[in-house]
Design a protein around this ligand. Structure first.
Ligand code: GLA
Length: 391
């Protein structure tokens, strides 16, 4: 549940109330969700396909222009605060506030005349779980400030790219577009297939009869800042360059095999994973057309194998969760998102669910001495304004 009432309360205590607290002019409230991804991992920055959906878990911001050039921000859940000037060339030091600063600076470059504001924000996207809490944060602020200062002039894809540019330039994670795309374009009950090369996308209603998606959070904190995520991307770029293509999406199996003698074993395996993943996304799309969820699940397991052995972005705890899923007869399971911890995504038949849930929790804490957390996936809407009368 998004704690909107708590955030409003915190905003009023911190920044005061100007007039009628129920008036929609008193403050603006915006929300943007995290995401899941059925299949298509580490394909976005390779020009390939991804299959994400927005989730109900979101970041919510309560904000009000303050007539100055200062931003006063309070991250409620972390109990962190910062004040910085919009035209400060360096911006705030704490990483957490660089997401907001980056979005503001990128909006300014895009011609949106953002001015100072006060804001309190928080939410229920678990941090470090690989559900893209940072994209949710970027998209929440990008959407709000584009509405407030730009009359909604920039379209959703442009706002997603502003979020991505924030990661690249202000945080140092050379991510693809998937997370920000999903947070901006999500639609209740639908997954989306995005072609990251052309930017074309389509909605796929997701109501798998007899199956459900559930995340299992290993509670190993996934942190892409300073992680080998950027190294993975560099491997892919090296191979693409040698193959004479812009991204690995345009590299064929045959080209890769021809290049093999020139590649380090590591770069070869990274590229082999990416080419395989493109094939798997296609296989999943075909399987979905005939409601063949068993094939979808098999492809998810294969993705995990690739991410574990070739792309090497898994860890013991996550491998244990996937092995446990397989043991319990779960249809499909794999590490989700950037990797190095976080969640597995699991496609589970209804009749297997209870046994799996009980077994995985018990055996995980037995093995690692910490609890894992089950998160049922509910596919929700993308970034949006929330009006107080709806609460
Ligand atoms: C992170 C990045 C995305 C994508 C995934 C892996 O979530 O932000 O752009 O590359 O990892 O699929």
């Amino acid at each position: 549940m998004i704690p909107t009432a708590i955030l409003i309360n915190a905003f009023q205590q911190r920044f005061g109330c100007k007039g009628n607290p129920d008036s929609s002019e008193e403050f603006y409230i915006y929300a943007a969700p995290g995401r899941v991804n059925l299949i298509g991992e580490h394909t976005d920055y390779n020009g390939g396909f991804v299959f994400p959906g927005a989730v109900e878990q979101s970041i919510v911001a309560v904000l009000r222009p303050n007539g100055s050039n200062q931003i006063h921000a309070y991250a409620h859940d972390l109990d962190l605060q910062a004040s910085f000037a919009i035209d400060d060339p360096d911006g705030p030091k704490p990483l957490h506030f660089r997401y907001i600063y980056g979005v503001v600076r990128e909006l300014l470059s895009a011609g949106i005349e953002v001015k100072g504001f006060d804001v309190v924000y928080g939410g229920d996207v678990p941090l470090g779980a690989g559900m893209s809490s940072s994209a949710a944060l970027e998209c929440c602020f990008a959407t709000a400030l584009n509405d407030i200062y730009g009359q909604g002039r920039l379209d959703r894809m442009t706002l997603a790219r502003i979020g991505q540019a924030t990661e690249h330039k202000y945080v140092g994670v050379m991510c693809g577009i998937m997370d920000q795309f999903a947070s901006m374009h999500g639609r209740e009950g639908s997954l989306m297939r995005l072609d990251c090369r052309s930017g074309e996308f389509a909605y796929f209603p997701w109501h798998p009869q007899g199956y459900r998606l559930v995340l299992v959070n290993s509670c190993v904190k996934h942190e892409l800042v300073g992680s080998p995520y950027n190294d993975r991307r560099m491997s892919c770029e090296r191979v693409a360059q040698l193959a004479g293509v812009e991204t690995l999406r345009d590299c064929s199996w045959q080209q890769l095999e021809t290049l093999r003698p020139q590649l380090s074993d590591e770069d070869y395996r990274r590229a082999r994973y990416v080419l395989g993943e493109t094939d798997r996304v296609m296989a999943v799309c075909e399987a979905l057309e005939r409601d063949d969820y068993e094939t979808v699940g098999q492809q998810m397991y294969l993705t995990h194998e690739g991410l574990r052995r070739d792309y090497e972005v898994s860890c013991d705890e996550i491998d244990f969760l996937v092995d446990e899923a397989r043991r319990c007869g779960v249809t499909g399971s794999r590490i989700m998102g950037g990797g190095f911890g976080g969640c597995t995504i699991n496609l589970v038949r209804d009749e297997v669910y209870d046994t799996f849930a009980a077994a995985v929790q018990e055996r995980y804490s037995e093995r690692f001495g910490v609890a894992c957390q089950l998160i049922p996936v509910v596919i929700g809407d993308g970034a949006r304004r929330i009006t107080t009368d709806k609460q």
